[in-house]
Write a protein that binds this ligand. Structure first.
Ligand code: CUA
Length: 162
């Protein structure tokens, strides 16, 4: 093989993967976004964080049953707790969290469940997941929010069906 041809082949060996890798990543992104429906937590609206006490539904943070096996949690994060801090649902429930912050930026992550969103003051986060397995799922703040950030956690208790 001539020397010029070898260099050409080396170049090709670098160029082809540098095209194939981004194309593969774009394909994976398209499949997960449109096929598997994986997306960023949606912004469900805006609220005035200073007026949460008078603003429905956050005036009464709670767990509400909205259908068979369907629940909605109206949740607020504030330094350094979640309200409600303990959520009980039966196994097999689909739970939507409508959540916001009363003060600074917090996070809402439920370990072992597909919930991971930021709680921004003024913005309503809306995330849904299904709890099939009974057990306790820690609900953590994963955005640094001050001196007692590490103590900001609650739990979701998924009760076995009798
Ligand atoms: Cu709230 Cu960290």
């Amino acid at each position: 093989m001539k020397k010029g041809t070898t260099i050409y082949l080396y170049e090709l060996a670098w160029i082809l993967p540098s095209i194939a890798i981004p194309v593969g990543m774009l394909a994976a992104l398209t499949v997960t976004a449109f096929g598997a429906g994986i997306h960023l937590p949606s912004v469900a609206g805006r609220v005035d964080p200073r007026k949460l006490a008078e603003t429905k539904p956050f005036d009464v943070p709670r767990v509400e049953q909205v259908g068979p096996d369907r629940y909605i949690v109206y949740l607020t994060g504030q330094i350094w707790t979640f309200t409600p801090n303990e959520i009980r649902v039966p196994a097999g429930s689909t739970v939507t969290f409508m959540a916001t912050s009363r003060d600074v930026v917090h996070g809402l992550m439920i370990h072992g469940a597909n919930i991971n969103t930021m709680l921004l003051p003024g913005q309503i986060a809306l995330v849904t997941t299904r709890f099939d397995r009974p057990g306790e799922f820690p609900m953590l703040c994963h955005e640094y929010c001050g001196i007692a950030h590490h103590a900001m956690w609650g739990k979701v208790i998924v009760e076995p069906r009798s």
